[in-house]
Design a protein around this ligand. Structure first.
Ligand SMILES: Cc1cc2nc3c(=O)[nH]c(=O)nc-3n(C[C@H](O)[C@H](O)[C@H](O)COP(=O)(O)OP(=O)(O)OC[C@H]3O[C@@H](n4cnc5c(N)ncnc54)[C@H](O)[C@@H]3O)c2cc1C
Length: 392
């Protein structure tokens, strides 16, 4: 693996920087709002880069792994998302490429590319998280319709999603994995109800979703009845590969260096970066981050050469999560006494004390705790690696 960029790659990097400079007006920081996302997405569509991980046959730009790597780093450094559209392009689209019928591909992919339709993931249920195959949401076939009854939980973004890709149980008499069917459900269908769950960082990101006699056309089933487990597992490897968080961690590292070199009024005094204990912990995590960066690049090359990410995605997710969590801890340490979280919605108009990043990074610290559970817990990733890599 050669890490020196070629002339072409350097030219590509310049083109990326030019696009970012054009799309992001001077002094404007991307705020993550739907309006900002739409502006950035329009610029990406015009350039043909909106779905940059898609295969060429489905409208992707055909980037090499090195180009994808450059893209991720440059967009992250500018605070921009590498791709807009959430779970549609990143998680459902690879399932549609591999297992969707031509009719399903033609029906769903254009809306994903254009970011007209947002998707959420209906996998987890009360009693079926790590042991996902225990899921009980029933889909009973009645002619050309499945009638769905049951409950999903921790469904990120269900309150803003238009559709859900959902695992349902269509058989109980076989082994649990064999009786699962992958359905696409329009969230506006009568009988779908979404209830918010507020998380520790004070935000509404999760939901409980209940289904009461929800009628789903059979044409919304991906692949064969009872084969949903195979499609679901493939999707999870794509989800976890996207959870290495390298770009986020590089940004955190940059921010910590600045914060730790600042003397905070009202704190114990001195610059934290001068503290050998702090500096040593920061260096240790940076070394691991650089190693993770190389592992991610290696995985991108392997995926580009045609192999599925497989158990390597568990390694990326586990290590990536650990690194983000250690960095957010160090960031909060930099904030010292100003680290108390501040939620504008509930804490009122008063300004937070201390530097503007302090409250934001504390919220990120809280949010980061959930990363060791989302997409499969740390323990489950270790089990997968033990089984498929160490062959224990
Ligand atoms: C931020 C976030 C976003 C999420 N978004 C979604 C979403 O959009 N859609 C969705 O479907 N789900 C989502 N989830 C749910 C997530 O997939 C589950 O929380 C996760 O799979 C764990 O399941 P559980 O919560 O039922 O915990 P459990 O499975 O009950 O696990 C509890 C504890 O037991 C441990 N454990 C369980 N089994 C084993 C084992 N075999 N060996 C060792 N330890 C074990 C676990 O590691 C964990 O520490 C999200 C979760 C989070 C935190």
């Amino acid at each position: 693996m050669n890490l020196d960029f070629s002339e072409d790659e350097l030219a590509f990097r310049q083109a990326v920087r030019d696009l970012i400079a054009e799309a992001l007006p001077q002094g404007h920081a991307f705020d993550g709002s739907r309006a900002d996302e739409a502006r950035w997405h329009t610029a990406l569509l015009a350039k043909g880069w909106a779905v940059n991980r898609f295969p060429v046959a489905f409208g992707g730009p055909g980037w090499t792994p090195a180009m994808s790597f450059i893209w991720e780093r440059e967009t992250a450094a500018a605070g921009l998302p590498g791709q807009v559209g959430g779970m549609g392009p990143g998680m459902l689209a690879p399932v549609l490429f591999a297992y969707g019928s031509p009719e399903q591909q033609a029906r769903f992919l254009p809306d994903i590319v254009a970011d007209r339709v947002r998707w959420c993931q209906g996998y987890s249920e009360p009693g079926a998280g790590s042991d996902l195959a225990a899921l009980r949401t029933r889909a009973v076939r009645e002619g050309e319709i499945y009638v769905v009854d049951g409950e999903k939980v921790w469904t990120s973004g269900a309150h803003t999603a238009d559709w859900m890709f959902c695992l349902t149980r269509t058989a109980t008499e076989t082994k649990p994995q064999a009786g699962i069917t992958f359905l696409l459900i329009d969230m506006r269908t009568p009988g779908v109800e979404v209830t918010p769950i507020i998380s520790i960082d004070g935000r509404h990101a999760f939901n409980r979703v209940t289904f009461d006699g929800v009628r789903v056309p059979v044409e919304n089933r991906i692949g064969l009845e009872g084969q949903g487990w195979t499609y679901a597992k493939g999707l999870l490897t794509h989800e976890r590969t996207g959870q290495a968080f390298v770009s986020l961690s590089l940004n955190l590292l940059r921010g910590i260096r600045v914060a730790a070199s600042t003397e905070l009024a009202g704190s114990a005094g001195g610059q934290l970066i001068e503290d050998p204990g702090f500096a040593s912990r920061l260096s240790a995590v940076e070394i691991e981050l650089r190693a993770l960066e190389m592992t991610e690049l290696r995985t991108l090359w392997e995926v580009a050469a045609g192999s599925a990410p497989g158990a390597q995605s568990s390694m990326l997710k586990l290590k990536g999560t650990e690194i983000v969590q250690r960095l957010t801890e160090l960031y909060v340490e930099c904030a010292g006494p100003y680290a108390a979280p501040w939620f504008p919605e509930t804490d009122g108009p008063a300004e937070p004390l201390g530097p503007s990043w302090a409250g934001r990074e504390t919220v990120r610290y809280l949010e980061g705790r959930a990363a060791s559970i989302a997409g499969g817990s740390d323990e489950v990733q270790r089990n997968i690696m033990a089984k498929h890599v160490l062959k224990i």
